[in-house]
Structures are given as C-alpha cells and as structure tokens.
Ligand binder design. Sequence first.
Ligand SMILES: Nc1ncnc2c1ncn2[C@@H]1O[C@H](COP(=O)(O)OP(=O)(O)O)[C@@H](O)[C@H]1O
Ligand SMILES: [Mg+2]
Length: 271
Amino acid sequence: MGTCVFTDFLCTEGKRMLEFRFEATKFEESWSRKALESFYEEGWIEKVLYRVKGGKEATVYCCQADPETGYDLVAAKIYRHRGLRSMKNYESYREGRFVTTDKRKLRAIKNKSRYGKQSMDSAWIDSEFTFFQTFFRAGADIPEPIAAGPHSMLMDFVGDREAAAPTLHEVRLDTSDAWPLFDRIIENVATFLAYNLIHGDLSAFNILYWEGDFRVIDFPQAISPPENPNAFQSLVRDVERVCQYFEKLGVRESYFDIAEDLWNRYLTRSL
Ligand SMILES: Nc1ncnc2c1ncn2[C@@H]1O[C@H](COP(=O)(O)OP(=O)(O)O)[C@@H](O)[C@H]1O
Ligand SMILES: [Mg+2]
C-alpha cells in the first residue's frame, strides 16, 4: 500500500492526483475522481473547481483545464451509473431512439443481455459526444466538445469561475432581445434536422444563457427521424417549448407551422 500525503493536492505513492477545490462527500469524490482521472492523466484538466448541477442523467462539474490545452474552464459531464439512472434510455430504445447502428449491439440490447446493457450504457454516452461533434462542426450554438471518456465527457464551459451560466429558464430576457434569440434557436433546430436529428428534450432548461448569447446542451436523447415513429411529435414538442418560452416576451408564432415547415424542408425527402 502506498502512503498518502495530503497537501493542496492528494498524492499516492508520490503520484500527483486530480485536485478537488470544493467539499464533496467521500462517495462523490471517489465516484467523480474515477470518472475524471483519465482526463487528468491525459493532460486535459488539473482541478475540479465546483459542482455545477446534478441533473436527471448526469452531474456536471466546472474544471480548470491544463493551461497547455489552450482552454481555461471546461465542463465535465459525468453520466450516472446505469444502476442509479432512470430507465429512460431503455424506454427510448423501445421508442426507436438513436442508440447504435451496430447490429450485434442492437440484438444484445433487444435481448437485454449483460453485453446489451453495457452497450446501451456506452452507446448513450458515445452518442451524446458524437452529436456534439457533428453539431459543433455544423456551426450550431453548442459548447465545443473536447474529449470523451468512460462515463463522461469534457466540453467548453459556459460561465465563469464563480458560477455556471444560468439556463434560459432562469433569466429574464429583455423583450428587444427576444426575436433575434428565438430566430437563432430555431435555426439551430434546423441545423440538427439537416443532420437528420431532433434534440428531443429542447426547452429553456437545456439552453444556457451567457453574456447575451446562448448555447444548447443535453443531447443524449436526440432522435433520428427515420427510425422513430414519433419523430414529428418530438419536433413539434421541441418547437412548442421554445415558442412557449418566447411567447411571454412578445414572440407569437405558431409552433405547429414552424415545426411542419422545418419537417417539410429537411425530412420529407429522406423518409
Ligand atoms: N457546458 C456547460 N457549461 C456550463 N454548465 C453546464 C454545461 N453543460 C451542462 N451544464 C449544467 O449542467 C446541468 C445539467 O446538464 P445537462 O447536460 O442538461 O444534463 P441532464 O441530462 O442531467 O439535464 C445543466 O442544466 C447546466 O446547468
Ligand atoms: Mg438537462
């Protein structure tokens, strides 16, 4: 057994370890350390500054990036262990949501074998990182994806050292800012559709607002219309939630017309 020296950072057998700058329970620290250690070892991050939020499916931390990466702050999203998570992913699979195109994995998932459950877990994480990469390259307003690890991913942090950006739900926008923001959010929905995907959980809760600008987040449940019989309803619901939020700011648009127009523009050809 190695010795453990407590200084500003923890050492085990003389090895530097990822530093935690906030008080976490032993359980949280060991769980998040496990998930983030590879990012530390690969030279992406050097400190965990604070916990941003423990959400439905994941916990997000604000981390100090290693200066050599060229980033300052990065967000580390750690997915809950399958056992601790809702059954949403399994239900999503049944609804035909995008999970994997690998036939062997799909069969295993269908049979609910152990390999299937593992595949489901990693596919869930891989798919969010892949969506981030695709949409970021396509110019969507989302945080830049940086690295993927087992049960976790790193992306550009929206916010600063003191606090993460609030969600759109938590801010009071000026009515004069409403139209341009609304238009750009709908443009983002169009970008997702151009890549054959629908966010599937778009709302003011999954849009971060920072210094007059926004970033859409939280893609693991994104759906691929050709495989999903409820795709149009999902698109309608995403657009409806955006319209509902902006309605009180004077943006009165028919969510159904917008969704239908987007659907006809981007999807009818491929279905
Ligand atoms: N890149 C980011 N920068 C700052 N905060 C973030 C970032 N990504 C997520 N968050 C914060 O973490 C919360 C949960 O992340 P999210 O991806 O929405 O997962 P969940 O499925 O748990 O809702 C968000 O509501 C937001 O407050
Ligand atoms: Mg969310």
